[in-house]
Design a protein around this ligand. Structure first.
Ligand code: BDP
Length: 717
C-alpha cells in the first residue's frame, strides 16, 4: 500500500512538474488561453483589474463574454464590472457612447469593423480603451487585445488602430448535404443537417468564435458543385438556425446557387437568365430567403465548369448569368460571388488560358453587387503557380482571390505544408497593371469604385475531426487565411510566429523550432511533387500521390502528361508564342520576362517553357540533374522537419506531439514515393542516367503505376 501511495505521489509530482505532458487534442486551436507564466500574470491582471463594457447588442455581449473567457483563462481572474472609470480599468464601447466619444479617438476612417486600442490616462488614472464604430469592431478589438496577452506583449503603452482591408472575408465549405466534404480531409461536414434546426451543436459556436478571432465574416455553407435542394424551405430553416449561431460573431451565411435550380426545384422548363419567368423565380427565391434570414450574404456560383450548369447552356455570357442573380439579391443588399474557375472539357484551348479568355472581355459588364472570384493561379490550386492573369486585367470589375486551405494538391492533411508563404508570394506578385508595382494585393484591396465590394475566399479545411482541420499544423492555414483576408499585405512569417506561440506555447525555443519547420514546408512539397514549375501530376480523381504517367483519360487536360509534356527531347509546357501563348495574357513586361527561359525564374521554368533535358541551369547542372536535386531536397526537408520535431518531444504535450510525429513519418514515406515514382517515370522518358550519388528508385515504374488508392478521401462525387 505504501509503495502504491508512493507511486501515486511520484506520478503526481511528475505531472505537476511537466505541465506540457497534459494531453491536448488541438480542439482549442489558437485560442488555448492557458495560464500565463507567473512573471506575466501580475502585469496583465493589474492592467485589467476592472472592466467597463458598454454593451448594446448581441454582438457586444459576445465580445464581452469572449474577453472575460480569455482573461480568465490566462490570468485566472475575472475583472469585476465597474461603472466608474478608475485606475486599471479596461473600457470598451462604441463611438456613440458619450464616454467613448469624449476621448476623441481616431475612429472616423475605420469603418464598421475597425477598432482602436489605446492606453490612456483619464482623470489621472491609467486606463486601456477598446473602441469601435460598431460592436463588431469591439469583437475584433477584443480578440486583438487577447492576442497581445497570448503572445506576451506589453499592454501598458498600447496604440493600435486597425481595420480590415477587404470587406468579404469568407470561407467556402465544399460540403454536401449528406455531410460528405469534397476535398475534405478532416472528417465529415460540421453541419449536422439532419439534426438541424432542432439541435444546435455547440461546435457551431466554437467554430464561429475561431473565425471571429481572425476576422472571418462570411461562410458559404455548401459545395460549389451545388445541390438545388438547399434552396427549399425545409433546408432554409436549417440555414437560418446556423445563421442565428453565427450572427453574434459578426458572420453572415451564404449559399451556393445551382444555376439550374429553377428547373430542378422550380418546375420551370428553362434556366435561361434572360427568360422573365426564370428571373421572376430567382427574385421570389431571394425574397423568400431574406424573409427567413434577413442578413443573408448572397450566392456563390460555379457555372459552366466541370459539368456544372450555367448561362452558356443558353448561349448567354457569364455576365448575363451573374447579373440575373445579382438583380434578385440587390434589393436586399446581397452579393453574387461568381467564379472565374471556368474551363470546358470541349475547349481545346490551353486550360490555363480559358478563364481569362472568357472573363476579360466581360470587364465592366457586371452589376455592382457582383464580385468575380478568381483562383490564385490560372490552373488549379497547385503547389506553385504564377498568379492568375486576370488580376489587374479587369479594372472595372471587383475581383476577389480564392485560395485553397484544404490541401487537395499538397498531400492532404498528413503532409505538413504551411501555406502562408504561398499566399504571400501570390499577393506580392507584381501584375504590372496598370503600372509596375501594382501587386495582386493592391488589385484585390483597392475598390474599383468607391464602395465597391472587395474580398478573399478560402476553401475550408475544416471538418468534424477533433482537431478541426485533420492535422495540428493545418490549423495554421485556417489561421493564416483569416489574417491575409484582413490584410493582404501581411507577412507570412509574422503570422506563423503568432500562430505558433498561441498554439504551442510561449517558450522561445519551441516557437523557433516550429517556425523552422513551417518556413520551408511548402517548398518541400513543391520539391518532391512538382519542382521547377511542373504542375498537376497527381493521381487521377482523388489527387493522392503521383501519377505523372497518366495519359488515358477522356479529355487531354485531365491527364498529367498534358501538363508536363515530357518527351525524349525535354520537358515543360510551352506557353510562349511558339506554344499556347498564355503568356500574352500577362502585362507586356512580364510576358517579356517570362518569355525566354533565361529570364524566367527557375521555379516557374517548366510552367512556361519546354526545355531540353540538357538545358543548363544557374547551378551549372543540367535540367535533368536539377530535377533530381529537387526531388532529393524535398525528401531531405521532410527528414529535417522530423529531426526538429524529435527535439520538441518534451516541450510539447504528448498527444499532439505524437500525432505530428506520426504524420511526419507518413509524409516522409510519401515524399519518397513521389520522388521515386517521378524519377522512375521521367527517366523512362528522358533516357538519362542517374548521376553518381542519386539513389535509384526503390521499385520499377510498373510498381508505382499499379498503386491503387481508389478510396482515398475527399474525391469529388
Ligand atoms: C478542383 C477540385 C474539384 C472542385 C474544383 C473547383 O478537384 O473538386 O470542384 O476544383 O474549384 O481543384 O470547382
Amino acid at each position: 500500500m505504501r509503495l502504491l501511495l508512493g507511486w501515486i505521489a511520484l506520478v503526481l509530482t511528475v505531472i505537476g512538474a511537466v505541465p506540457q505532458a497534459r494531453a491536448e487534442t488541438g480542439y482549442d486551436l489558437w485560442l488555448r488561453y492557458r495560464p500565463v507564466e507567473p512573471e506575466y500574470r501580475e502585469r496583465y491582471a493589474t492592467a485589467f483589474r476592472y472592466l467597463t463594457f458598454y454593451v448594446r447588442s448581441e454582438v457586444g455581449e459576445t465580445a464581452r463574454v469572449a474577453l472575460l473567457d480569455g482573461l480568465y483563462g490566462m490570468t485566472g481572474l475575472v475583472p469585476p464590472p465597474s461603472d466608474r472609470i478608475g485606475a486599471n480599468t479596461l473600457l470598451v464601447g462604441t463611438a456613440d457612447n458619450p464616454v467613448i466619444a469624449a476621448l476623441n479617438l481616431p475612429l472616423a476612417g475605420l469603418g464598421r469593423e475597425g477598432f482602436v486600442i489605446r492606453s490612456l490616462t483619464i482623470d489621472g488614472h491609467r486606463v486601456t480603451v477598446i473602441a469601435a464604430n460598431q460592436e463588431v469592431g469591439l469583437l475584433y478589438g477584443v480578440f486583438r487585445l487577447l492576442r497581445q496577452i497570448q503572445i506576451r506583449q506589453p499592454v501598458d503603452a498600447l496604440d493600435i488602430a486597425d481595420a480590415p482591408k477587404l470587406q468579404v472575408r469568407i470561407l467556402n465549405h465544399w460540403d454536401n448535404l449528406d455531410r460528405y466534404v469534397e476535398r475534405g480531409y478532416a472528417g465529415q461536414s460540421l453541419w449536422d443537417w439532419q439534426k438541424l434546426p432542432g439541435h444546435l451543436d455547440p461546435r457551431y459556436t466554437d467554430y464561429a468564435r475561431a473565425n471571429a478571432s481572425i476576422g472571418i465574416n462570411g461562410v458559404v455553407l455548401t459545395n460549389v458543385n451545388a445541390n438545388a435542394e438547399i434552396l427549399k424551405p425545409v433546408w432554409l430553416e436549417k440555414v437560418k438556425a446556423l445563421a442565428g449561431v453565427f450572427r453574434p460573431w459578426g458572420i453572415r451565411v451564404y449559399l451556393t446557387a445551382r444555376f439550374s435550380a429553377p428547373i430542378e426545384i422550380g418546375g420551370l422548363k428553362t434556366a435561361d437568365p434572360l427568360d422573365p419567368a426564370v428571373q421572376a423565380w430567382w427574385k421570389a427565391k431571394a425574397d423568400e430567403i431574406y424573409r427567413v434570414i434577413p442578413d443573408f450574404g448572397g450566392f456563390l456560383v460555379k457555372a459552366n465548369s466541370e459539368g456544372q450548369p450555367g448561362p452558356a447552356d443558353y448561349k448567354r455570357s457569364h455576365a448575363e448569368g451573374a447579373n440575373m442573380l445579382a438583380d434578385a439579391l440587390a434589393p436586399h443588399g446581397g452579393i453574387v460571388m461568381w467564379r472565374a474557375f471556368v474551363y470546358a472539357a470541349e475547349n481545346p484551348e490551353d486550360r490555363a488560358k480559358q478563364a481569362y479568355t472568357e472573363f476579360q472581355p466581360l470587364d465592366g459588364k457586371f452589376r455592382d453587387n457582383v464580385i468575380v472570384q478568381v483562383k490564385n493561379g490560372a490552373v488549379d490550386f497547385q503547389p506553385r503557380e504564377p498568379f492568375h492573369p486576370l488580376f489587374g486585367a479587369m479594372p472595372r470589375t471587383p475581383l476577389m482571390m480564392e485560395v485553397q486551405l484544404t490541401k487537395e494538391y499538397l498531400g492532404f492533411a498528413t503532409h505538413l505544408a504551411w501555406l502562408g508563404p504561398m499566399w504571400e508570394e501570390v499577393l506580392q506578385s507584381d501584375t504590372f497593371r496598370p503600372k509596375a508595382g501594382t501587386t495582386v494585393a493592391d488589385v484585390i484591396d483597392t475598390p474599383v469604385r468607391p464602395g465597391a465590394v472587395t474580398g478573399m475566399a478560402g476553401v475550408a479545411n475544416i471538418g468534424s475531426d477533433i482537431n478541426w482541420t485533420g492535422s495540428q499544423f493545418d490549423q495554421a492555414n485556417w489561421y493564416a487565411f483569416g489574417r491575409f483576408a484582413w490584410d493582404p499585405d501581411s507577412k507570412a512569417d509574422a503570422i506563423a510566429q503568432d500562430w505558433a506561440r498561441m498554439t504551442w506555447g510561449g517558450d522561445a525555443q519551441t516557437v523557433e523550432a516550429i517556425l523552422g519547420m513551417m518556413r520551408g514546408s511548402r517548398e518541400a512539397v513543391v520539391d518532391y511533387m512538382t519542382p521547377l514549375g511542373l504542375a498537376h501530376l497527381m493521381a487521377t480523381g482523388h489527387h493522392y500521390g503521383p501519377g505523372p504517367w497518366v495519359s488515358d483519360l477522356a479529355r487531354p487536360e485531365w491527364n498529367p502528361v498534358y501538363y508536363h509534356k515530357a518527351d525524349a527531347s525535354g520537358i515543360g509546357f510551352d506557353r510562349t508564342k511558339t506554344g499556347s501563348d498564355a503568356l500574352a495574357q500577362y502585362a507586356a513586361p512580364l510576358a517579356k520576362r517570362w518569355g525566354a527561359p533565361d529570364t524566367t525564374p527557375e521555379n516557374l521554368l517548366l510552367w512556361f517553357h519546354h526545355v531540353s533535358w540538357d538545358h543548363k541551369m544557374k547551378s551549372g547542372r543540367t535540367l535533368w540533374e536539377e530535377l533530381l536535386t529537387h526531388y532529393d531536397r524535398g525528401v531531405a526537408s521532410v527528414a529535417a522537419m522530423q529531426a526538429r520535431w524529435e527535439g520538441l518531444k518534451d516541450r510539447v504535450d504528448h498527444r499532439r506531439w505524437e500525432e505530428v510525429r506520426d504524420f511526419l513519418a507518413i509524409q516522409h514515406d510519401e515524399a519518397k514515393w513521389w520522388r521515386d515514382a517521378s524519377i522512375a517515370y521521367f527517366q523512362s522518358v528522358s533516357k538519362r542516367p542517374l548521376p553518381a550519388g542519386v539513389a535509384a528508385p526503390a521499385h520499377d515504374l510498373d510498381w508505382y503505376k499499379a498503386i491503387d488508392n481508389r478510396y482515398a478521401p475527399g474525391n469529388g462525387k
